[in-house]
Design a protein around this ligand. Structure first.
Ligand SMILES: [Zn+2]
Length: 395
């Protein structure tokens, strides 16, 4: 009789565990192609310390869910579907909040979200959704795989992603089972692999100096660079960079000549990051050749990406005089309404050689102290700099 009871108990325990393994991944598309799992739940409850379900560092302190990240705001605009991980009943919908956040702010919390009761005391929160993207309302029944909303960046979010948070009763649970999952239970029908492979998932060439925010938007890639462009930028979105990894960019002219090379050693482990570099447009330089240039990206010394572009290195053409600034002899002349506090002067190697503070009621600034040669005046403000190529000639 005693043995019989034990058998029944075992059957009950196994049955219950199997019933819990019923979720599918909550974003429509292909993992590691349409989206990437970036931050898992933090299994380390002590402050500052972090640990994901496999004892790694793919999480951040106090993270209570799993983040499924898409590659850009452009991708977000195209519409990436969030789907119900299981059958259930919607019990809360928040919609209509701003969805293009680029800075984390804990106070903003989940932003737009949908909460679903998936039965067996399992509750899921689908958070940071796109504004007005909820296809369901409170009280609606949903089927596993049903489209319920779109990935966004509302609430405490710096990049478009879905934050998926799971509760068993009142208890926060990790849907992934692994060596460092405190609850030792898994909730996915098929749990994806714990993937630590490095990837450059998306790249592009730009005809301006990139910034983090411009890359997040996924600017249209350029394959023609004209002499009017001040910079050529290269960017790549990286997954699973480790401290000590190196990224090297080489700029190569139509004759195969190495024009410039830049190497960078990554200083910290980053699961998801944007990396970029830029050079001054070679078209300014009299040695630059027009034609098919290329940029190569090597990771830890191995070439992994290459892009080609047409450089139109038209020589000797005077650039537009932006902001009404012009040169008279070796003197900068600015208009009365000039809007900025300073003008930076760079030499042909891109080194800042002089910073000119603009003072009230002074409209001309001599550059006679500079050696003869070609320089660039940098005007404007961060993200919107304009450049004027000048020539200093002291007789
Ligand atoms: Zn999250």
């Amino acid at each position: 009789m005693k043995q019989f009871i034990v058998l029944i108990l075992l059957a009950f325990l196994f049955g219950n565990a199997n019933a819990q393994k019923k979720l599918i991944l909550p974003v429509l598309g292909k993992i590691n192609s349409d989206y990437w799992m970036v931050n898992f739940m933090d299994e380390d409850t002590t402050p500052v310390k972090i640990k994901d379900y496999q004892c790694g560092n793919y999480t951040y302190d106090g993270h209570e869910g799993t983040d499924f990240v898409i590659r850009s705001f452009a991708k977000m605009d195209s519409g990436v579907y969030v789907v119900a991980a299981c059958d259930g009943v919607v019990f809360k919908v928040v919609d209509g909040l701003y969805d293009r956040n680029k800075i984390s702010d804990k106070n903003k919390k989940l932003g737009n979200y949908i909460a679903i009761d998936h039965g067996d005391s399992l509750y899921a929160y689908y958070a940071h959704l796109r504004k007005f993207s909820a296809f369901v309302k409170s009280g609606d029944s949903v089927k596993k795989g049903q489209k319920i909303g779109l990935v966004g960046s509302s609430g405490n979010s710096s990049d478009p992603h879905l934050h998926f948070e799971l509760y068993l009763g009142q208890k926060l649970v990790n849907p992934f089972v692994g060596n460092c999952n405190r609850t030792k239970a898994g909730f996915f029908e098929i749990q994806p692999n714990y993937d630590t492979m490095f990837r450059c998932i998306y790249q592009g060439l730009l005809n301006f100096e990139p910034t983090l925010d411009t890359i997040r938007e996924e600017p249209k890639p350029k394959d023609i660079i004209n002499y009017q462009d001040s910079f050529i930028g290269y960017w790549c979105q990286l997954i699973s960079v480790k401290q000590g990894d190196s990224s090297t960019i080489s700029w190569i002219d139509p004759n195969g000549y190495l024009w410039a090379r830049y190497s960078y050693v990554h200083s910290t482990d980053l699961r998801f990051s944007y990396w970029w570099t830029f050079i001054q447009n070679p078209a300014y330089n009299q040695n630059a050749k027009s034609g098919a240039w290329r940029v190569e990206y090597a990771f830890n010394g191995v070439k992994i990406r290459e892009l080609s572009f047409q450089l139109n290195a038209k020589q000797g053409v005077k650039r537009l005089e932006k902001y009404g600034v012009y040169m008279k002899s070796n003197t900068i002349v600015i208009p009365k309404h000039y809007a900025f506090n300073s003008i930076n002067v760079f030499n042909i190697s891109g080194i800042l050689v002089k910073q000119i503070a603009i003072e009230n009621n002074i409209y001309s600034y001599s550059l006679n102290m500079l050696h003869n040669g070609v320089y660039f005046l940098q005007m404007g403000a961060e993200g919107k700099f304009e450049y004027l190529k000048i020539c200093i000639v002291n007789e």
